[in-house]
Ligand binder design. Structure first.
Ligand code: DX5
Ligand code: ZN
Length: 226
């Protein structure tokens, strides 16, 4: 049994960009907790997606937390613009920040929450020292870059080890997972200790409404949470 409240963070990367505002409003009504915004620069990852103007455009469409995942090099150059656009959480990749503490302090100085993400092959040791200073640790369960990839089972052990460290040290940092999360994979991630579930293609797809998709994801956790 998991006592923490599990949060759902739909990734708008899989939404219909032609009606992005409506889709953000739909997941808000359907009970999502965060809106996850995947920013890619064509360098840190191969694809280019969206930037601060899109964050600013969706800001009035929801009162939910805008959880901005920066898959970009030199994030320190962009943080202020994203904060000004309305981001509530700015998550950078440890792999992209040689001076991670400085970047985290910069994020905090902008008055927003600070997150740090690790790719599947990056060891936990990269963030152990910074955990007390951050609000969110994002464990990638696919190689970042594209929606719709298969969940990498091997990361479950890393999630469990991070959960143990956070609990032992009494840290409030949220543990978020991102990539290949669905009704099939979510229970394993939550059992290992994930608290925030990012889901793109499992929520925005042609098979079902976003409301039905979120309900199905929640139902998959049925026996796990109280
Ligand atoms: C991957 C992104 C994810 C992705 C999730 O690089 O960070 O947020 O869009 O999409 P699904 O849930 O389809 O794997
Ligand atoms: Zn993401």
């Amino acid at each position: 049994m998991v006592s923490r409240e599990i949060k759902i963070a739909p990734s708008i990367l899989s939404a219909d960009f032609a009606r992005l505002g409506e889709q953000v409003a739909e997941v808000t009504t359907a009970g999502a907790h965060y809106i996850h915004v995947d920013v890619m620069d064509g360098h840190f990852v191969p694809q280019i997606t969206i930037g601060p103007p899109v964050v600013a455009a969706i800001r009035p469409c929801t009162n939910l937390t805008l959880d901005v995942h920066l898959m970009i090099e030199r994030p320190e150059l962009q943080l202020e613009q994203f904060a000004r656009a309305g981001a509530d959480i700015l998550t950078v990749h440890a792999e992209a920040c040689p001076d991670l503490r400085k970047v985290v302090e910069q994020i905090k100085g902008l008055g927003v929450k600070a997150g740090v993400s690790l790719n599947p092959a990056t060891p936990l040791a990269m963030i152990e020292e910074i955990l007390p200073a951050i609000d969110l640790a994002l464990m990638m369960t696919v190689n970042p870059g594209f929606a719709g990839q298969a969940f990498i089972e091997e990361v479950v052990d890393k999630i469990a080890r991070l959960r143990q460290i956070l609990d032992e040290r009494g840290l409030a940092c949220e543990l978020e997972v991102d990539g290949g999360i669905s009704a099939q994979t979510a229970p394993g991630a939550v059992r290992a200790g994930a608290q925030v579930l990012v889901a793109g293609s499992a929520i925005f797809n042609r098979r079902e409404s976003v409301g039905d998709a979120i309900a199905r994801l929640r139902a998959s956790l049925g026996g796990l949470t109280d």
